[in-house]
Design a protein around this ligand. Structure first.
Ligand SMILES: NC(=O)c1ccc[n+]([C@@H]2O[C@H](COP(=O)([O-])OP(=O)(O)OC[C@H]3O[C@@H](n4cnc5c(N)ncnc54)[C@H](O)[C@@H]3O)[C@@H](O)[C@H]2O)c1
Length: 354
């Protein structure tokens, strides 16, 4: 297959591209605007790969997107490009509306024009796979409740509302125009190459530097965590075997309270990085409770039985095994982290694209 991936320089997109280049014969075009979250250093190991190419473009730019489709002639689009950080969406929602809603609309329209002109065989085989989040469902309060594919949408943050809107657009383009779409809604991802503003890498890196480990509110918010490489495997299953028009929830069966995630990282660091910053007795001593995020969802938990039953996907990592791999990866890749923290990853990529 020839697959156009939007947002391939981000956390999940880069994991998907690394996975696809080593496990499939697919040809990949990575279309990414390279916002602060796009990092070509996460793709260093595939940049010379013969079946991989990169195009710096904005999904809200209809002309660039149409041209990319006409030239690359994809059999499928996997749409991951988005603004993805909840805190940033609270501070400045405009970029979320623009990329997540308008960008998805522009991409759908360009795709519809491209798809309509394909031969009947290619039209039938074509897939538009929209990658979304479990945050569209709002939050859960009962301890046994789980999000299923039919849970009503009730997003809480500007981020989740913009993702919910994009899901609705994708579904409407299937119902109205017959575009062959697939939607996946996934729980919190973690793993290598995660941008250090997100909880797990932030805690690892702050701990190593002896900085406070911020925990929102009482830290009792529950999230389901999925190792990013398990997500990449699930996405590949869905785009190649999923049934058109269907939604699949993807989750790790790993519900954890935020405070327990932070403590688990501290325990791993005690073992794997015992030489602590001067004067620090235990990494846990750095835990600092901070004012809760407005509108903070209490609990997310996902029922991923449909993708298991229908497509035979289950996660390979437990939270313990995935978190150990993640902490180890950060300890071995402090250079990658340093480039993100000092901004040099952005300077280098400007050189790469001019
Ligand atoms: N990270 C998670 O835990 C998680 C969980 C479920 C679903 N998702 C969804 O998966 C997708 C990828 O998430 P992520 O964590 O990899 O995000 P990310 O923020 O790490 O990466 C997003 C990528 O999209 C690119 N991008 C942003 N705006 C763009 C635009 N206008 N045009 C082209 N490219 C643009 C960025 O440069 C970046 O490379 C998102 O759609 C997100 O909503 C994420």
């Amino acid at each position: 297959m020839r697959i156009l991936i939007t947002g391939g320089a981000g956390f999940i997109g880069s994991a998907l591209i690394r996975h696809m280049t080593s496990h499939t014969q697919n040809e990949i075009l990575n279309l990414d605007k390279l916002t602060y979250a796009g990092n070509l250093e996460s793709l260093a190991m595939v940049e010379q790969h013969e079946r991989y190419s990169f195009l710096q473009a904005d999904i809200t730019d209809s002309q660039s997107v149409s041209q990319a489709l006409a030239e690359f002639q994809p059999d499928a689009i996997m749409h991951l490009a988005a603004e993805s950080h909840v805190d940033r969406s609270i501070d400045g929602p405009a970029a979320f509306i623009q990329t997540n809603i308008v960008g998805t609309y522009v991409l759908l329209e360009a795709t519809r024009a491209y798809w309509s002109a394909l031969s009947e065989d290619r039209k039938q085989a074509f897939r538009f796979h929209h990658i979304s989040t479990d945050e569209v469902y709002g939050d859960l309060h009962g301890v046994d409740d789980l999000f299923t594919e039919t849970t009503p949408y009730a997003p809480s943050s500007p981020y989740s509302a913009s993702k919910a809107a994009s899901d609705h657009l994708v579904r409407a383009w299937q119902r109205t125009y017959g575009l062959p779409v697939l939607i996946t809604n996934c729980s919190n991802n973690y793993g290598p190459f995660h941008f250090p503003e997100k909880l797990i890498p932030l805690v690892i890196l702050n701990a190593l530097e002896g900085k406070p480990l911020p925990v929102y509110g009482d830290g009792l918010q529950v999230r389901d965590w999925l190792f990013v490489e398990d997500h990449a495997r699930a996405l590949l299953k869905v785009v190649s075997e999923g049934e058109v028009g269907e939604t699949y929830n993807i989750g790790g069966h790993n519900e954890q309270r935020n405070i327990d995630v932070v403590r688990a990282i501290c325990a791993l660091l005690e073992e794997l990085a015992p030489n602590k910053p001067a004067g620090l007795a235990h990494y846990e001593d750095l835990i600092t409770f901070v004012k809760d995020r407005p509108g903070h969802d209490q609990r997310y938990a996902i029922d991923a039985s449909k993708i298991q039953r229908e497509l035979g996907w289950i996660p390979q990592e437990t939270f313990a095994s995935g978190l150990r791999k993640t902490v180890q990866w950060y300890l071995e890749n402090l250079e990658w982290c340093r480039h993100v923290q000092d901004g040099s990853y952005q300077r280098e990529r400007m050189g790469a694209n001019t």
